[in-house]
Design a binder for this molecule. Structure first.
Ligand SMILES: [Mn+2]
Length: 320
């Protein structure tokens, strides 16, 4: 069966449907496109790991079908828990060794919002914002030659501000806002109540990000020999992924690890522009147990104990 037929027949099968979506712009846009094309009973946001907490929220709705979009970390126990009581289909593009046992899987290469748009349809502007969030400007322009990239960029920023400021609850606000906007302009200009809320998040995050990007000059722990930098942002906000994404381009050729020991569990993000490095493999080898993502961008959660091990081991691995 083609990916298109597989997704379509899963959605046409009937019975309560829950969509679990990754809490970033790509995942939110993928979920919104599914909601545009079919009836969804409940949307459940998810961080980098689909864990028992997420699985429990899903199962409270007693679904017959669970569609998971753009979630990199699928914890085996939580997936098995879902699969006992519902049909589960995962649509994803994260690098992984093998799909979890007993779970239907559509593995794609492109951003998941773009994949869902191609397989199922829905408004192109939504897929464009998700694609912009996942793959950046150049890729997005190739995928959407007629798209308004300026609007896509600001919508992407607004959607990501949900999880950056408020975690899973922020991602719920972001999805609701996206689904209630009738045009990209209405969304980007903050003309609905939900979009206005996201604009407010944006401003708070902008201020804090600016402070951190300036603070890194003083408090970033640079290892020149290894071209490796550790930065503990010590912030009340969950900005590790955003800060590491900015630093990647400011410190080309470096490996950047950003984490936040003010939060528990500790979020960790790593980025690099180096093409000869696979961060998923490297950080897993260094002992980062929840590592998920792409060769040049990974994230997950850790503890202060594990962090000590990972930073030390990583420094050794990169010392020739
Ligand atoms: Mn994602």
């Amino acid at each position: 069966m083609s990916d298109k037929d597989e997704l379509r027949s899963f959605l046409d099968a009937g019975g309560p449907l829950v969509v679990v979506y990754h809490w970033d712009a790509d995942g939110i846009c993928a979920a919104a496109l599914v909601g545009h094309e079919t009836d969804v009973d409940l949307f459940v946001p998810c961080g980098n790991q689909l864990d028992d907490e997420v699985a429990e929220e899903v199962l409270e709705a007693n679904p017959d079908r669970v569609l998971v979009v753009d979630v990199g970390g699928l914890q085996p126990g939580a997936m098995a828990y879902l699969a006992c009581s519902a049909d589960v289909l995962v649509v994803d593009h994260h690098q992984r060794d093998a799909p979890p046992d007993g779970i239907a899987f559509i593995q794609r290469k492109e951003p998941v919002s773009l994949a869902v748009h191609r397989l199922l349809g829905g408004p192109a502007w939504i897929a464009c914002a998700g694609t912009r969030g996942d793959k950046g400007e150049d890729y997005c322009r190739r995928a959407f030659p007629r798209g308004d990239l300026r609007l896509a960029r600001s919508i992407m920023g607004m959607l990501n501000s949900g999880k950056n400021l408020k975690g899973r609850d922020g991602a719920r606000v972001a999805l609701d806002a996206l689904r209630s906007a009738s045009s990209p302009r209405e969304m980007a200009e903050g003309r609905t109540p939900g979009a206005r809320t996201l604009k407010g998040y944006d401003r708070t995050i902008e201020q804090e990000t600016r402070r951190l990007i300036s603070d890194v000059k003083k408090n970033g722990d640079k290892h020149e020999d290894q071209r490796l930098m550790f930065y503990d942002i010590h912030s009340d906000l969950n900005l590790s992924s955003r800060v590491s994404s900015i630093l990647r381009w400011r410190m080309k050729g470096w490996i950047i690890l950003v984490y936040n020991t003010s939060l528990e569990p500790v979020p960790l993000s790593a980025r690099t522009t180096r093409k000869d490095i696979n961060l998923v493999e490297l950080l897993t080898e260094a002992g980062f147990s929840s590592c998920g993502g792409h060769p040049d961008a990974v994230g997950g959660i850790t503890s202060t104990e594990e962090l000590d091990v990972v930073t030390k081991r990583l420094t050794e691995l990169l010392t020739k």
